[in-house]
Ligand binder design. Structure first.
Ligand code: G6P
Length: 367
């Protein structure tokens, strides 16, 4: 199998553009459109008996897990413990019988995540994995394999594998909610509808690629960049910052918007661009008030929101990126696109090796 870049300049760009198709492909295995139900592979354990979930991953896959924690807790009211694999395996975590340990990995081979999986298995946990390589070690050692169908990902910085992970995790959250009696058949049908809209939402986001390319010069000269968001947009801020630092080598930090005042606000001046992820919704006003605290200190903001959000708060921003108005469940999948594209165009402007950034590896099989 040879994989080429097609009409794209880099694999990463190609993989960003593939997302609507591969997310649709992944969702095909997890949604029964005719019955309007979430579909899961057969499980030889009882999902209703699970009373705690432990999520472990590294890098971008960890941020998918962090989004999932919001979903599992909100929809299924199931307590979730979450950690990066390198910490988890050495911190002597409490693993009570009846727990589900969920590992998320593009490669299925990341050494720390695999070691954490084996530790959980040895401690009586049921093992579920969300992996993109179905022949990987993690896939083989799991009780429940939840594959993503992103296809081979070549760019070192993960993009399409991430959004496919989110798609699977959203479906799993709905299944959990359903079996725990917290979601009606009607609500499940609604979730299925919304998830099925994700590829179109991501396509609409890709439609803003040229605007994002045109604003890359606002970020490229910066030494430091901040990303802020609330709720599931907090992990998305972390992911945006990770993408930027991985491929453009600009120091970037993601922060929970409400936590800005406990530190990072001290960094704000007109040389630190602040990327604000603020879709319309219950947390919008709170995030915008944090954005205004930045602006009051001379900070220059790029606001990523929908049309209503930009109309309400876009004035005074250095730039805005308009996203389609979508259901909150699929917002992370849609908002992944502009943060990936921004990192990509900044890196291209800086002339870095986008697909093979210095010091990084696609799959980290050493500790
Ligand atoms: C490396 C890659 C990242 C990836 C991380 C976890 O650091 O550069 O893009 O997110 O490993 O990899 P995994 O295969 O476990 O998802």
């Amino acid at each position: 199998l040879t994989i080429d870049k097609g009409n794209h300049r880099h694999f990463m760009q190609k993989e960003i553009y593939e997302q609507p198709v591969v997310v649709a492909q992944t969702l095909k295995s997890y949604l029964r459109r005719l019955e309007n139900q979430v579909a899961m592979p057969d499980m030889d354990f009882d999902l209703t008996a699970i009373h705690r979930v432990t999520i472990v991953a590294c890098g971008t896959s960890f941020y998918a897990g962090m989004v999932a924690k919001y979903w599992f807790e909100r929809f299924a009211r199931i307590p979730v413990d979450l950690d990066v694999a390198s910490e988890f395996r050495y911190r002597d975590p409490v693993l009570e019988p009846g727990g589900l340990a969920l590992f998320i990995s593009q490669s299925g081979e990341t050494a720390d995540t695999l070691a954490a999986l084996r530790h959980c298995k040895a401690n009586g946990q049921t093992i579920a994995v969300v992996v993109n390589v179905p022949t990987s070690s993690m896939a083989r050692e799991a009780d429940l394999l939840l594959p993503t169908h992103a296809g081979p990902e070549i760019g070192v910085a993960s993009t399409k594998a991430f959004t496919c992970q989110l798609a699977v995790l959203a479906a799993l959250a709905a299944r959990f909610a359903r079996v725990r009696g917290l979601m009606s058949a009607e609500d499940e049908a609604g979730i299925v509808e919304h998830l099925a809209e994700a590829p179109a939402g991501m396509n609409a986001a890709l439609g803003h690629d040229e605007d994002i390319e045109a604003m890359a010069h606002l970020v490229a000269p910066a030494r430091d960049v901040l990303y802020i968001g609330r709720g599931p947009d907090y992990p998305m801020a972390l992911e945006g910052a990770l993408k930027l630092k991985e491929i453009s080598y600009i120091h970037a930090e993601g922060y929970a918007a409400g936590e800005m005042k406990h530190g990072p606000i001290a960094l704000i001046d007109d040389k630190v661009p602040v990327i604000v992820l603020a879709p319309s919704g219950p947390l919008f006003d709170k995030t915008i008030s944090n954005m205004q605290e930045v602006q009051a200190r001379g900070g220059r903001v790029i606001l990523i929101s929908d049309a209503a959000g930009i109309a309400a708060a876009g004035e005074g921003c250095m730039a805005t990126i308009e996203m389609p108005a979508v259901h909150p469940l699929i917002q992370p999948l849609v908002y992944a696109v502009p943060v990936q594209l921004l990192a990509y165009h900044v890196a291209v402007l800086k002339g870095t090796d986008v697909d093979q950034p210095r010091n990084l590896a696609k799959s980290v099989t050493v500790e």
